[in-house]
Write a protein that binds this ligand. Structure first.
Ligand SMILES: [Zn+2]
Length: 155
């Protein structure tokens, strides 16, 4: 399922996210590792940083989702990663289409996780436009590579 379009580092984050294993503050709390401030650092909502918040309801990821939806024409609903990927598995879409969406999810999750870590550990804010630009660039590169490979096969 996880997908030749996804970058290796995205695949790993995506895999962790699917298992709810990224070390969000909620998870640290559950593991009884003390967290000074357990709220999300990407928005002003003062809500606990959970998987569900970070990957589906936080305004940061919602903004990225909306942008990516406009750009790709693919509807990416606000939903948790697992649900998205499970739904994908059942849908009767072409493999290529599924892989694109899975890679898109992977890229978005990677970006939100990176933005969170930079904010938290370096106090650097990555705005959503920067991430959106990055995702688009990676996708165009990947698709060009993919087409390049197809072309090579034919020759
Ligand atoms: Zn948030």
């Amino acid at each position: 399922m996880i997908t030749r379009f996804a970058q290796p580092e995205h695949r790993f984050i995506l895999w962790l996210a699917m298992q709810d294993r990224l070390l969000t503050k909620e998870r640290l709390n559950r593991l009884t590792i003390p967290v000074e401030n357990d709220t999300c650092c990407l928005c002003e909502k003062s809500v606990e940083e959970t998987h569900i918040h970070m990957f589906s309801t936080c305004e940061w990821i919602v903004r990225v989702q909306i942008e990516m939806q406009h750009w790709s024409g693919i509807l990416i609903s606000a939903d948790t990663v697992k649900h998205i990927l499970n739904r994908l598995r059942r849908k009767n879409w072409k493999q290529f289409h599924k892989e694109l969406i899975a890679a898109l999810c992977g890229a978005m999750i990677y970006q939100v996780w990176r933005a969170r870590n930079w904010k938290l550990f370096k106090d650097i804010t990555i705005n959503t436009n920067t991430s959106v630009t990055q995702i688009k660039k990676e996708f165009v590169d990947r698709l060009e590579n993919h087409q390049g490979n197809l072309y090579k096969k034919k020759v």
